[in-house]
Design a binder for this molecule. Structure first.
Ligand code: G16
Ligand code: MG
Length: 214
């Protein structure tokens, strides 16, 4: 039985992926190339500096370490500027209701995100209080697909990994959950999240009874 739920942030709780894309694309264009939506898929769940390396390789651009840091910092400033347009209404449909249901049933929730901005974003959409633990890009040393992020969350909540369910929209995140020995629920398309134990389109018609049925 499931005793704890761990949630990815971008693409599961809130659609900040669109802002990451805009900010990376603007940087790419400034460097003289474009970044397509399809190429952007490869950045989901991947850390900021690793994402930068992927974007630069797409454009065939080489930068000094100093310039890489400057570009990553500028991208993040632009990303945060875009995120500040969000309001509590920007939480993805049904997710607040599901987190309420977990709370009512005494099932702890944790956040497992690669993002260093996780807390700021959760505060912005007024959802920080739902999480009994936050494992974010500031705590982890190994990013997804490594299981570290979710194993830390399970340890914080004092729940064995086999009793944890992970909600993830990224291929790298599903891999991470499976490597941690957890139930992996994909949020998105089954054709993309092929390694997930179950895939849901979103949280609108999803609750504890559906989770317990997996
Ligand atoms: C998120 C996004 C990634 C992003 C990463 C780091 O991970 O999916 O695209 O590159 O965080 O974000 P930041 O630059 O804010 O530290 P997740 O795990 O929440 O999907
Ligand atoms: Mg994600």
């Amino acid at each position: 039985s499931i005793q704890a739920c761990l949630f990815d942030l971008d693409g599961v709780i809130v659609d900040t992926a669109q802002f990451h894309y805009i900010a990376w694309r603007e940087m790419a264009q400034d460097l003289g190339f474009d970044l397509t939506r399809e190429e952007n898929e490869r950045l989901k769940g991947i850390s900021r500096m690793e994402s930068l390396e992927i974007v630069l390789s797409i454009g065939g651009v080489t930068l000094s370490d100093e310039e890489k840091l400057r570009r990553a910092t500028a991208k993040n400033a632009r990303y945060l500027e875009l995120c500040m347009q969000m309001t509590p209404d920007d939480a993805l449909p049904g997710v607040r209701h599901f987190l309420d249901e977990l709370k009512r049933n005494g099932i702890p929730s944790g956040l497992g995100s690669a993002s260093k901005n996780a807390k700021v974003i959760l505060e912005r959409i007024d959802m920080l209080h739902y999480f009994d633990t936050i494992v974010d890009g500031n705590r982890i040393t190994k990013g997804k697909p490594d299981p570290q992020v979710f194993l830390m969350g399970a340890a914080d909540l004092n729940v064995s990994p086999v009793h944890c369910a992970v909600f993830e929209d990224a291929v790298a995140g599903i891999e991470s959950a499976k490597a941690a020995g957890m139930l992996a629920v994909g949020v998105g398309e089954a054709s993309v999240l092929t390694e997930a134990d179950m895939v849901i389109a979103g949280f609108e018609n999803f609750g504890l009874p559906q989770l317990e049925n997996i």
